[in-house]
Design a protein around this ligand. Structure first.
Ligand SMILES: NC(=O)c1ccc[n+]([C@@H]2O[C@H](COP(=O)([O-])OP(=O)(O)OC[C@H]3O[C@@H](n4cnc5c(N)ncnc54)[C@H](OP(=O)(O)O)[C@@H]3O)[C@@H](O)[C@H]2O)c1
Length: 275
């Protein structure tokens, strides 16, 4: 997987960035642990960071676009929790263990990890492009594995923690428009289910989120969207689902009916559908 992006930055946000990444602050905010949000520079991830900082969590916010991350950290100044930004490309999987350690030193005990990073490039119906597909696989699933593995090992040793993966209803069936996007989400569903089963005996919960249409940069310009909700409303529902101990949660919940209906359509009929 590619390793061509900048090294992780020192923390930014409410306080001036220290010269070294050592800000052992103990539990964050009023009674909260630290939280890690991967894919935090826009959309659902950014909305999760705003909500968590508002609740008093100290949050590590990760993504590639430093400008967007710094804007988010500035926006969160004055909230009870602190936001520490890290420029990171989830394709750089070999960076993950060291970066996670650095984040641990900043945040103190980590109680929440969320993998929200994802891309959905526009794919032509006649296109079969291996480079595009494998890049999507590396970001949407490879990065998810790298981050969930370090979080899973950490939470297991700690014997507590909540791990949330943002999958999609697109993983429910193999649809025509973007075969690899759906495949990455189906892989996430399977992998997160296995982690949930493994970690349950250690008191760690793993929650799979399957959004429908959310109003974010990813869906901008797409036609025919319905039941669209804001990123902030999605973030509220995602955190509520994780805290309620949901295993798999469609967001909003009415998408469960759609997912269930889609899964019940036999293949010979499903392939005739043009969506
Ligand atoms: N919007 C929807 O309707 C919808 C529906 C179902 C599922 N989802 C899923 O929800 C998640 C969030 O998407 P969104 O709708 O909020 O879209 P978005 O605004 O485009 O957010 C995607 C986030 O992923 C980050 N990201 C992408 N590639 C990355 C990489 N290589 N390394 C690190 N971070 C990376 C982006 O940051 P940088 O570009 O700065 O790196 C951004 O913060 C995605 O997994 C998406 O598949 C969205």
């Amino acid at each position: 997987m590619a390793a061509s992006t900048p090294a992780p930055q020192e923390p930014a946000g409410r306080s001036p960035a220290p010269a070294t990444p050592s800000v052992p602050s103990g539990p964050s905010g009023p009674g909260k642990g630290g939280a890690v949000v991967v894919g935090a520079s826009s959309g659902i991830g950014a909305a999760l960071v705003r909500r968590l900082a508002g609740e008093g969590w100290n949050v590590a916010a990760l993504a590639r676009r430093s400008g967007e991350l710094e804007r988010l950290a500035r926006e969160c100044q004055g909230l009870p929790g602190r936001v520490f930004v890290h420029v990171h490309d989830t394709r750089d999987v070999e960076q993950v263990p060291a970066l996670f350690e650095q984040i641990g030193r900043q945040l103190g005990p980590i109680e929440l990890g969320i993998y929200a990073a994802g891309v959905m490039p526009k794919v032509d119906r006649q296109s079969y492009d291996t480079a595009v597909d494998l890049d999507m696989l590396a970001i949407n699933f490879g990065g998810c594995v790298a981050w969930c593995n370090v979080l899973a090992g950490y939470f297991r040793s700690q014997r507590s923690g909540l791990l949330i993966g943002i999958s999609s209803i697109a993983g429910d069936r193999g649809r025509k428009p973007n075969p690899m996007y759906g495949a990455t989400k189906a892989a996430m569903d399977h992998y997160l289910e296995a982690l949930r089963n493994r970690l349950s005996e250690a008191g760690v919960h793993v929650c799979t989120i399957k959004p429908g249409y959310i109003d974010t940069p990813m869906t901008q310009g797409l036609q025919g969207l319905f039941w669209l909700i804001s990123a902030d409303e999605a973030a509220r529902r995602i955190l509520a689902a994780g805290r309620a101990g949901a295993n798999v949660r469609y967001v909003p919940r009415r998408w469960w009916f759609v997912g269930t209906a889609l899964k019940s359509i036999p293949s010979f009929l499903f392939r005739k559908l043009n969506f």
